[in-house]
Structures are given as structure tokens and as C-alpha cells.
Design a protein around this ligand. Structure first.
Ligand code: GLY
Length: 587
């Protein structure tokens, strides 16, 4: 559990001055008994608000909605109104029907390509990709889904009033929040990065140029937008004044999003990917995310090759080779095949048929596992898809006292998205269009390639790696987990699950452990967290791998049940806050 009392205390002092809790008292039934709840959140503001909502009798979805809007204010690089995301839910006590025996749900509120988008949108006359056009500026944004996603989640499962859930975010926008060094640093980095990426002037600095550590940062225009959304619901964002402000700004700068695009946007309830693994159900994100399929493939391939791995580990021990060299190589071999499948098969299921069941079936994975070498690197050129017979994103995990859970990952794509702020509305737009395959074989900002399945089309959703995941064991909640990190999301979630379930680590050890990442391309490159031991690096280099240090690579937020107790943990690489606590049951 990563609970930082000093941060919490200083926040509490600040909040006493700046945040009158809830304007109207929340009416809740008399408590009957106490039960455990937990949060694992990317910043202390969202942690504080999620806990308050749970203490007030709200359920996990209420807490997720309130925290999601708070992060749009206090975590502007990734928390958002102008982006999109995915929510995986476990709702055993919130079901209105009993048709879904696993009580799992998935809400896709990913951005969509505007209707004006087309396959070669980002190519010049010579069919070459125009650098950065899908990443920076007015043509980089998909139609945002976050407000609709939270609205639809609340409509179906929320128990506290919508307006009440937006109140904390409004207060933070109006009265300010204390900026962390991390936010100031990222804003400075972004400001430097965008300078030469477009000739079109961007207004990022007008809005976020004054982000300075340890000062209060107020966002009055965003506060008004949140107030309108609180009063009018999602219709303000998609049909009302906020929609008009967004479209005016797009039209003034040759942007693509129209009022019709906003009017037509809907989030979608989809069937989550459910994979059987070691007596558990791994419930995760289906397409248009590649995350659920990839994570289940990795876990099942690992299980299929467990005997061979044991032999290789025993041999390495005899030869004096560090265990982590063998495991990292093994993971890279699995990942080569999984990312090859990702590039070929995965895309928006409303546009292409994704053979999910086959891709995660044991028969298919047995066939995929056959070419894996435990003692040598297989040739990346020859690893193709199987034959069939962001980095800034943010994640949070919440469990309420009734055992309902939300695993939510949402994003603007790059930190601070496209660098475009909607004047009068005060929120940043995403640059999610970069997640489409702009041209077959040309990598996106995360270095992953794609093909036809993920080419641009009007109203299509771009492929994602976001993987909000839930594990069930014996039909009971066991884990709620996820992370930001673009294409490294998949491998970070995979390694964290393995760390807890197979390596016997505590929640905190599991999220803090060194992670490694391979994604087929660049050829034989392994990215690693800085603390990877020298002898492991030497061993991997001797095998022929190229190593790339990645200081960030994830900010995992986990809640998990270990040896009869709940644990929650926030990754040491971020500024998250997690806690397990008792709440009163009102059943
Ligand atoms: N924008 C990063 C992702 O969705 O995977």
C-alpha cells in the first residue's frame, strides 16, 4: 500500500481552506455494517475525492465518475474532458438483471475519427506521412468520448446525483489546486517539444504556461464548463454551449470536428475479453483496444511454455546466468508474436471482424508457441501474425464496500494531447488520431505499426493499448489493475499480474518491480526501467538485444486480494496515492 501521510496531510490543510466539501448534504441510508473498500489513484486529489464518495455511500462507479472529472482538473496532462478511454467494471450488486453471470461490463468511450477523416489524411502528395500532423494541432483530434462515457456509466450504475459528483472538480477548477513538480516539469517539456512541430500557433501556453510547482493553479473557464456539464449532463458537451465552443475553434483553424460529429457520438457497452488463466478469469479491454487480447495471449503463452521455462531457468542457474536474463528473453519472445498479431488483426470491431475467440484460444496459442526459442532470439523478420484456421494516459482502480469495482484508463494520448485548448471552455483536445495506422508499416508515436485493420475511416475508433483489467477467482473479485504507458501498457499489466499471482509479491512490490518491454519493432530492442541490474543488462546484450532505458514506462495502480487481505498500491514511478479502508455498508 502506498499511502504517503505527508502528502495527504498537506493536501488536507489546503483542502480545508479551499474546498467546502459538498454544498448539499448527501442523503444516504443508515449504515448497517462496515466493509473494506480501496482506491489506487494517480494523484492525491483523485484519491481524496474517490474516498469521500465511497464514505458518503456512493458506489465504485460514482467514485470513478467524480475522480475522473477531478483528474480533468488536477492532472491536465492526461485527465481530460477532450479525450477518451475505457472502463472495465465488476458490478455484482449493481446488476439490474441476472443474465450476466460474471457481472462484468466494459464501456468503450474511445474517441472516433471525425466524419471528414479519410485513409490518407496524414499523407502528402507523394504518399509520405506528414510529420506530426496526427500528433499536434487542430487535425490531430478524434471526437472526444470522456464526458459521454462518464455520463453513460452513471446513467446505468450511478447511485449519487450526477451534479454532486461534479462538485469537487468544479471547486478545484474554481479555487485552484496545488501544482506538483511533476506537472510543472511535464508542461515545460511539452512546451519545448511542440515548438517546431507545427507552423500553426497553438494556445497551450496561454492556458498552461503558468503551471508552477507549489502554487495554486485556477482554471475559471474549465470551472464554467464543468458547471454546465453538471447542470445539463453530457448534452452540454455534445449539443450545447461547450459543443459550440469546440466546433467554433475547430472551424477557425481548419480542424475536422463538426457539430454533427459531436451530436452523433455515443459511448458503447461491449463484451469484455474474458480469458481463463490459472483458475481465474482475466477480464480486460476488447477491441478497439488491443490490450485485453494481448494480455490474455501473453498469460496463456507463458502458461503453455511453463515447463520449458523451468528447464531453461535450471540450465541458466548451472551456467551462472541471472534468472532475469532468461525471463526477459522469454517475455520478449512472447511479445514478438503478440505484437505481430496486434499489428495485423486488431482494430475497431465496428469496422472489421476481429477474431478474438481464436486469438485467445489454447489451440491457436499452442501453434504460436511452437517457434519460440528459449535459448536464442527468433528472427523478427520472420515473426509474422499467426495463421487462423500514451505516453501519457492515466489509470485508476476503485473497489467499493459491496465489492463492485471499476478499472478505468483514459487519455489525451501524448501528455497535454494536441496542445490545443478550447477557448472559453478551458480544456485540452486529444491527439488520438496518431493511434491510427497512417500508412502500413509506419510506426506511431509509441513505435507500434499497423495495417489495414487500423487504417483511418470516418467515425472509426483508433486502436489502443489501454488495458483496464479485473481478475476474478472462484467468481470473486481478486484484482483491479491498469496503467498508462502507450504500447508498454500491455506488458506492464502482464508483468504486474504475474508478479502477484506467480511470483508471490505484495501489491507494492508488484507495481514497483523493474519492468521490461519488447514490441516486435524496433528489432530486438528491450526497453527497461532504470533499476534493471547490470548483470542482467550484460546478459541480454550478450544474447544480441539492444537495450533502451525508459525512466517512465507505467504508473500502475492496483487493488488486489492476497492471503485473505486487500492491498492497494500506486507505482513508485508516479505520484499516486492508494489506500484500503473500511466503509459503512448501507444494504
Ligand atoms: N493513446 C494510447 C493508447 O490508447 O494506447
Amino acid at each position: 500500500m502506498r499511502f504517503r501521510p505527508h502528502r495527504y496531510l498537506s493536501f488536507f490543510v489546503i483542502s480545508l481552506c479551499s474546498w467546502p466539501l459538498f454544498a448539499e448534504p448527501i442523503k444516504v441510508a443508515e449504515p448497517k455494517s462496515t466493509q473494506m473498500a480501496a482506491v489506487a489513484m494517480p494523484d492525491l486529489y483523485s484519491a481524496k475525492v474517490a474516498k469521500q464518495i465511497l464514505f458518503a455511500g456512493g458506489n465504485a462507479v460514482d467514485a470513478a465518475v467524480a475522480a475522473g472529472f477531478v483528474l480533468a482538473v488536477t492532472y491536465p496532462e492526461a485527465g481530460n474532458l477532450g479525450g477518451g478511454g475505457f472502463m472495465t467494471l465488476y458490478t455484482p450488486t449493481l446488476q439490474s438483471d441476472d443474465t450476466d453471470t460474471l457481472a462484468v461490463q466494459f464501456l468503450d468511450y474511445r474517441e472516433k475519427a471525425p466524419k471528414a477523416a479519410f485513409r490518407d489524411l496524414y499523407l502528402d502528395q507523394d504518399k509520405q506521412v506528414i510529420p506530426y500532423r496526427s500528433l499536434v494541432g487542430y487535425q490531430a483530434s478524434g471526437v472526444p468520448g470522456t464526458v459521454m462515457g462518464f455520463w453513460q456509466a452513471h446513467q446505468r450504475f450511478g447511485s449519487l446525483p450526477w451534479q454532486q459528483l461534479l462538485q469537487p472538480a468544479i471547486e478545484y477548477a474554481e479555487q485552484g489546486f496545488r501544482v506538483s513538480q511533476a506537472i510543472e516539469d511535464r508542461a515545460k517539456w511539452f512546451q519545448g517539444w511542440i515548438v517546431d512541430k507545427t507552423t500553426m500557433p497553438l494556445n497551450f501556453m496561454d492556458y498552461f504556461g503558468s503551471l508552477k510547482a507549489n502554487t495554486l493553479f485556477k482554471q475559471p473557464e474549465l470551472a464554467l464548463t464543468l458547471e454546465r456539464i453538471a447542470k445539463q449532463g453530457a448534452s452540454d458537451f455534445y449539443q450545447g454551449k461547450t459543443a459550440q465552443l469546440l466546433v467554433d475553434e475547430m472551424q477557425a483553424h481548419n480542424g475536422l470536428i463538426t457539430l454533427d460529429d459531436l451530436n452523433r457520438y455515443q459511448a458503447k457497452w461491449r463484451e469484455p475479453v474474458v480469458g481463463e488463466w490459472l483458475g481465474r478469469q482475466v477480464v480486460s479491454a476488447p477491441p478497439p483496444s488491443s490490450g485485453g487480447v494481448a494480455i490474455v495471449q501473453l498469460l496463456k503463452l507463458k502458461q503453455l511454455l511453463a515447463p520449458q521455462l523451468q528447464v531453461a531457468l535450471a540450465q541458466a542457474k548451472k551456467d551462472g546466468i541471472p534468472e532475469q536474463v532468461v525471463k526477459t528473453h522469454f517475455y520478449a519472445e512472447l511479445e514478438k508474436r503478440v505484437y505481430a498479431d496486434r499489428a495485423h488483426f486488431l482494430g475497431d470491431p465496428d469496422f472489421i471482424k476481429v477474431p478474438i475467440k481464436t486469438l485467445i484460444s489454447s489451440d491457436y496459442l499452442k501453434q504460436r508457441s511452437q517457434s519460440i526459442l528459449l535459448d536464442d532470439i527468433s528472427d523478427s523478420e520472420k515473426v509474422r501474425h499467426g495463421k487462423l484456421e500514451s505516453p501519457e494516459t492515466t489509470h485508476f482502480s476503485i473497489m467499493d464496500g459491496q465489492g463492485n469495482a471499476v478499472s478505468n484508463t483514459y487519455t489525451l494520448n501524448m501528455p497535454f494531447g494536441s496542445g490545443v485548448v478550447i477557448p472559453g471552455a478551458g480544456f485540452l483536445m486529444n491527439d488520438e488520431m496518431d493511434d491510427f495506422s497512417k500508412k502500413p508499416g509506419v510506426a506511431n508515436v509509441f513505435g507500434v505499426v499497423g495495417g489495414k485493420a487500423n487504417e483511418i475511416a470516418p467515425e472509426k475508433r483508433m486502436l489502443s493499448s489501454m488495458s483496464p483489467t479485473i481478475l476474478l477467482k472462484d467468481g470473486q473479485l481478486e484484482m483491479v489493475v491498469g496503467t498508462p504507458g502507450g504500447s508498454t501498457i500491455i506488458t506492464s499489466v502482464f508483468q504486474t499480474i504475474v508478479n502477484v499471482v506467480e511470483e508471490g509479491m505484495s501489491a507494492q512490490q508488484a507495481v514497483d518491480a523493474t519492468r521490461v518491454h519488447h514490441q516486435l519493432l524496433p528489432v530486438n530492442q528491450i526497453a527497461y526501467n532504470p533499476e534493471l541490474p547490470e548483470d542482467v543488462k550484460d546478459g541480454l546484450q550478450m544474447m544480441g538485444y539492444h537495450l533502451k532505458k525508459n525512466n517512465y514506462m507505467g504508473d500502475v495502480q492496483i487493488i488486489t486480494h492476497i492471503n485473505g487481505q486487500w492491498q492497494a498500491a500506486s507505482d513508485k514511478r508516479g505520484v499516486g496515492v492508494s489506500d484500503v479502508f473500511e466503509v459503512k455498508s448501507r444494504e
